[in-house]
Design a protein around this ligand. Structure first.
Ligand code: IPM
Ligand code: MN
Length: 379
C-alpha cells in the first residue's frame, strides 16, 4: 500500500507539533511496510504572508489529490484585526468545506498517568472516555444571512440553520461509532429554545431506530456542559451541532488534563482531515515546548480511518500511554498545571521534555510496542 498525505503545518505551534506527528507516522508506517509520501503546503497566517490568502488554490488542489490531510493549527494575534473572511481561520473553514468531511470526531480520554494535570478530582475522571461527534459543515458557522448592519446602534447577526439531511448523516456516524464503543449516544441540543434543535432531536430520534442496540439519550447543552465536568464517566458518544461541539470539546480537555492531548478526525467527505483540537498557541510558539501528543494522536486516527491500519493506530496510542506512564511530560503537563496540591509529590518521577524529545520518545516507544506485540504473537 502507498499513502500520500498532505501536511499543512500552519501557524504558531502547528509546525512544531506536526513535525513530530510526521516523524511518528514515518516510523510506524515503515514498521508496517507501508510506503508513504508527505507533501507540505501552506494554510492560515503563513499562507496570508506568503500568498495573500489563507487558503491558496494550490493547497486545496494538493489536499484533494491526497488520501488524508494532517493539519497543525491556524491563527495568530497579528491577524485579529482582519475582516472575518480574510483571517487565517477562514482558510481552515474553507478547507473543511472543500474536503467535505461533516463529522468531526474528538475523543477525550482520561490517562491515569496524568490524572493530576486535570483540575478535576482523580475519582471523577477515572476511566472517562468520551467521543464527541461534532457536526462540522453546518449550523451557525456556515449558514446565511450573516453580517453587520450600521445604524444608530450598529448590529451584527448570524444564522443557525440545519437541514434534515445534514443532521441524518452525522447522526449515522455517531451511532456507528457507538457500536464500536459502549453503545450509548447522548445527543446534545437546546430544543427548549431553538427550532434547529427541535429538528435535530426529532431527526436523531428517527435515525436511532436503525440502531436498536444503541441507547440514545437527549440532553440540553447547558446541562451537558455541567455533566461533562461532574460526571464525565457517564458519557460514551456525544453527538452535537457545530458550535456546541466546538465549545464542549474544549471543555472536555479537562478530562485529559490539557488541550494539548486532544486529537481529531474529520470524516465523511472526499478527503479526511486530521488535526489536534488545540489552536496555534502563539504565546508558546517557536519555543519547542508545545505538546505534540494531540497531533500524534491525530496521526493515529489517520491510520485508523484513512489507512485502515487499526493495529498501527493502536500501537501509536499505546506508545503515548507508555511514554506518559514512564513519567515524561511536556510543560503543559508539568506539576502545577492541574489542581493545586502537593507539588513536590506531583513532581516526583516526572521529567519535563521538549516537543521534539516527546516526539522521539513516542517514536521509540512505538517501535518497542510493535516489536513486543509481534514477538508475543510469534510464540
Ligand atoms: C476548532 C477551532 C476552529 C473552529 C477555529 C480555528 C475556526 O476552534 O477546530 O475547534 O472553531 O472550528
Ligand atoms: Mn475550537
Amino acid at each position: 500500500m502507498r499513502l500520500n498525505i498532505t501536511v499543512l503545518p500552519g501557524d504558531g505551534v502547528g509546525p512544531e507539533v506536526t513535525r513530530e506527528a510526521v516523524r511518528v507516522l514515518r516510523t510506524v508506517l515503515d514498521l508496517y511496510s507501508c510506503e508513504v509520501s508527505f507533501e507540505e503546503h501552506t494554510i492560515g497566517g503563513t499562507a496570508i504572508r506568503q500568498f495573500g490568502t489563507p487558503l491558496p488554490e494550490e493547497t486545496t488542489r494538493a489536499c484533494m489529490q491526497s488520501q488524508a490531510v494532517l493539519l497543525g493549527a491556524v491563527g495568530g494575534p497579528e491577524f485579529d484585526s482582519l475582516p472575518a473572511g480574510q483571517r487565517p481561520e477562514s482558510g481552515l473553514l474553507a478547507l473543511r468545506q472543500a474536503l467535505g468531511g461533516y463529522a468531526n470526531l474528538r475523543p477525550a480520554i482520561a490517562y491515569d498517568a496524568i490524572a493530576d494535570c486535570s483540575p478535576l478530582r482523580p475519582e471523577i475522571i477515572k476511566g472517562a472516555n468520551v467521543l464527541i461527534v461534532r457536526e462540522l459543515l453546518g449550523g451557525i458557522y456556515f449558514a446565511g444571512p450573516r453580517g453587520f448592519e450600521s445604524g444608530a446602534s450598529p448590529s451584527a447577526y448570524n444564522t443557525m440553520r440545519y437541514s434534515e439531511t445534514e443532521i441524518e448523516r452525522v447522526a449515522h456516524i455517531a451511532f456507528q461509532q457507538a457500536r464500536m464503543r459502549h453503545r450509548k449516544v447522548t445527543s446534545v441540543d437546546k430544543a427548549n429554545v431553538l427550532e434547529t434543535s427541535q429538528l435535530w432531536r426529532k431527526t436523531v430520534t428517527r435515525v436511532s431506530r436503525e440502531y436498536p442496540e444503541i441507547k440514545l439519550e437527549h440532553m440540553y447543552v447547558d446541562s451537558c456542559a455541567m455533566r461533562l465536568i461532574t460526571h464525565p464517566g457517564s458519557f460514551d458518544v456525544i453527538l452535537t451541532e457545530n458550535l456546541f461541539g466546538d465549545i464542549l470539546s474544549d471543555e472536555a480537555a479537562v478530562i485529559s488534563g490539557s488541550l494539548g492531548m486532544l486529537a481529531s478526525a474529520t470524516v465523511g467527505g472526499k478527503v479526511d482531515l486530521y488535526e489536534p483540537v488545540h489552536g496555534s498557541a502563539p504565546d508558546i510558539a517557536g519555543r519547542g515546548i508545545a505538546n505534540p501528543l494531540g497531533a500524534i494522536a491525530s496521526a493515529a486516527m489517520l491510520l485508523r480511518h484513512s489507512a485502515r491500519l487499526e493495529q498501527a493506530a493502536r500501537d501509536i496510542e499505546d506508545a503515548i500511554t507508555e511514554v506518559l506512564d514512564a513519567g515524561h511530560r511536556t510543560a503543559d503537563l508539568s506539576p502545577g498545571s492541574g489542581r493545586s496540591g502537593d507539588l513536590a509529590q506531583r513532581g516526583r518521577g516526572r521529567r519535563v521534555v521538549s516537543t521534539a524529545e516527546m516526539g522521539a520518545l513516542v517514536e521509540s516507544a512505538v517501535a518497542d510496542v510493535t516489536d513486543r506485540r509481534r514477538a508475543y504473537h510469534a510464540v
